[in-house]
Design a protein around this ligand. Structure first.
Ligand code: FCB
Length: 455
C-alpha cells in the first residue's frame, strides 16, 4: 500500500459531463437542432446508429442526478450548456425555456453545496450556423459572443467558473478534417479545419471579456486535451511523428492562447498538405492578440499515452501496443493506462506556458463492468485507474504545479460520441432502458477520497 496521499486544503473534487452526452430532450421546449443531432441522425456515422435523443434524460432527471452528486459528496460539477437550447438558430431569438433549465440546474447545485463549472461549448453547435459554414466562417465567432453574452448575463450572478471551449483540437480536427465527429467534414488538406480552429480560438478570446463583464469576480479558462505521446524508437521518422502530432494537437492551440502565435513548423506541415492556398488569410490583424487574452486557469483533459511509430514517411503514425492487453493496462477504448502521462502533461503545460493555475477538467476510464446479482458494480479497474491518476496529480502538486481541482470523467455513463452507448466512462451506472442509476464501487471509493481529501 502506498503512503497516505493528502491534497491541499482547498483542492476541489468534482465530476464532469457534457450536454449532448447526457441531456436528451433534443427537440423539447424550443431547443434548436445541433450538429450532433444532425450527425447522429445520419445513418452510418455512429456505432449502431445510436443517438443522443434521450441519452440519460438528464433534462428531466437533473434533480435525481444532483442527488447522486450529493450522495458522493462532490464539491463541484462541470457541465456544458447546449447553445441551441439558448439560441435555437445560433443567434437572434432567445429560448427562455432553455435558460430556465440551466437556472434550475445551477440553483439546485448551489442548494446542494456543489460549485457549478459551466462549459460554453462542448461541441453541440447550432445546425443553423453550420448551414452557413459553421466554425469555418468568421461570423460564427460573433454568434458565439452573442450566446456567451445571453447565458453569462442569465447565470453570471451564480456561476463563477467558466470554461469557454472544450478541446478545440477535437472539435477542429475530428469535425472538419477527419469527419468522425459532427459536422463530419472530411478534408485532409486541413484548409477547412485550420480555419475552424482559428475561429474557435478567436471566439474564446472574444468571449472572455464578455464573461468578465457579466459575471463579477468569476474565473475564466479554456480546456485543452493532450495524450502523452512518445516515440517508439529514436528513428528520425518516429521522433518527427511525435513533433508533428504534438504540434498539431497541443501547440497549435496552446501557443496562440499563450501569446506565441501559430507554431512555424506546423504552419509548414499544413502548408505542404495544401491548407493555405491563399496564405493564412483567415488570420486578421489583432486576432492573435485577442486569442492571447489572459485567463485565470487552464483546464486539462488527460486519458492515455500514445507510443507512436511510422514505418513509411507516407503513412500515418501507428500506435504501438507496449504492454499486455489486459484491463489494468488498457481500457475498453483501447487507450493505454499510463498515470505518469498525467504528471508529464500537467508539467508540460505548466512549465512551458505558465498558466496561473490548472484544473484536470476530465480524466477517467471506459470499463463496461455491469451490476452484479446484489446490484453492486465492482468496477475495480476504474478505481485503480482513478487511484493511480490521483496519485500522479498529487506528485504534480508536490512538484510545484498549481493544480486546483480534479473532475472525474464522467459523473455517469453516457453517450460517447461516435461510439454511441458502447463505452461506459461513468462512476455511476446508467440503465438506459429504465434510466435507473447505481453508484459503482468507484463512486463509493471516490466518496471516501473526497471526505478525507486523499487516500
Ligand atoms: C473527451 C471529451 C468527452 C469524452 C471523453 C471520453 O475528449 O471531451 O466528452 O468523450 O473524451
Amino acid at each position: 500500500m502506498a503512503n497516505k496521499i493528502i491534497f491541499p486544503e482547498n483542492f476541489i473534487w468534482g465530476a464532469a459531463t457534457a450536454s449532448y452526452q447526457i441531456e436528451g430532450a433534443w427537440n423539447k421546449h424550443g431547443k434548436g437542432e445541433s450538429i450532433w443531432d444532425r450527425f447522429s441522425h445520419t445513418p452510418g456515422k455512429i456505432l449502431n446508429d445510436e443517438n443522443g435523443d434521450i441519452a440519460n434524460d438528464h433534462y428531466h432527471l437533473w434533480k435525481k442526478d444532483i442527488g447522486l452528486m450529493k450522495k458522493m459528496g462532490l464539491q463541484a460539477y462541470r457541465f456544458s450548456i447546449a447553445w441551441p437550447r439558448i439560441l435555437p438558430r445560433g443567434r437572434g431569438r432567445i429560448n427562455h425555456k432553455g435558460i430556465d433549465f440551466y437556472n434550475k440546474l445551477v440553483d439546485g447545485l448551489l442548494t446542494a453545496g456543489i460549485t457549478p463549472f459551466a462549459t460554453l461549448y462542448h461541441w453541440d453547435l447550432p445546425q443553423a450556423l453550420e448551414d452557413e459554414g459553421g466554425w469555418t466562417v468568421r461570423s460564427t465567432t460573433d454568434a458565439f459572443v452573442e450566446y456567451t453574452d445571453v447565458i453569462s448575463r442569465a447565470l453570471g450572478d451564480r456561476v463563477k467558473n467558466w470554461i469557454t471551449h472544450n478541446e478545440p483540437s477535437v472539435a477542429s480536427w475530428l469535425g472538419y478534417e477527419m469527419g468522425i465527429h459532427a459536422p463530419g467534414v472530411v478534408d485532409t488538406t486541413h484548409a477547412l479545419a485550420t480555419r475552424a480552429a482559428h475561429h474557435i480560438l478567436l471566439s474564446h478570446g472574444m468571449a472572455v471579456p464578455v464573461i468578465r463583464r457579466n459575471s463579477a469576480n468569476s474565473e475564466v479558462g479554456i480546456t485543452l486535451n493532450s495524450n502523452w505521446n512518445v516515440a517508439a524508437s529514436n528513428s528520425a521518422m518516429d521522433l518527427d511523428a511525435v513533433r508533428r502530432g504534438e504540434g498539431k494537437w497541443v501547440r497549435w492551440f496552446a501557443d496562440p492562447l499563450y501569446g506565441r502565435g501559430y507554431p512555424s513548423d506546423i504552419v509548414e506541415d499544413f502548408r505542404h498538405l495544401g491548407a493555405f492556398p491563399n496564405g493564412m488569410d483567415f488570420v486578421q490583424d489583432g486576432d492573435l492578440k485577442t486569442i492571447a487574452v489572459p485567463t485565470d486557469f487552464l483546464g486539462v483533459n488527460f486519458y492515455n499515452r500514445g507510443v507512436v511509430r511510422v514505418d513509411d514517411p507516407n503513412n500515418e503514425p501507428q500506435t504501438v501496443f507496449s504492454k499486455p492487453k489486459t484491463p489494468e493496462h488498457w481500457t475498453e477504448m483501447d487507450w493505454e493506462v499510463y498515470p505518469d502521462g498525467l504528471l508529464n502533461v500537467l508539467g508540460r503545460y505548466y512549465f512551458d506556458y505558465q498558466p496561473l493555475k490548472l484544473y484536470i477538467t476530465e480524466n477517467g476510464a471506459s470499463y463496461s463492468t455491469p451490476p452484479d446479482e446484489n446490484g453492486n458494480v465492482p468496477d475495480v479497474h476504474r478505481t485503480n485507474y482513478l487511484r493511480t491518476h490521483f496519485a500522479a496529480a498529487n506528485r504534480a502538486i508536490q512538484a510545484g504545479i498549481p493544480l486546483a481541482g480534479y473532475f472525474v470523467w464522467s459523473l455517469m455513463d453516457n453517450y460517447e460520441w461516435s461510439f454511441g452507448f458502447s463505452q461506459r466512462f461513468g462512476i455511476v451506472w446508467v440503465d438506459y432502458e429504465t434510466q435507473n442509476r447505481i453508484l459503482k464501487d468507484s463512486a463509493k471509493w471516490y466518496k471516501g477520497v473526497i471526505k478525507k481529501n486523499g487516500f
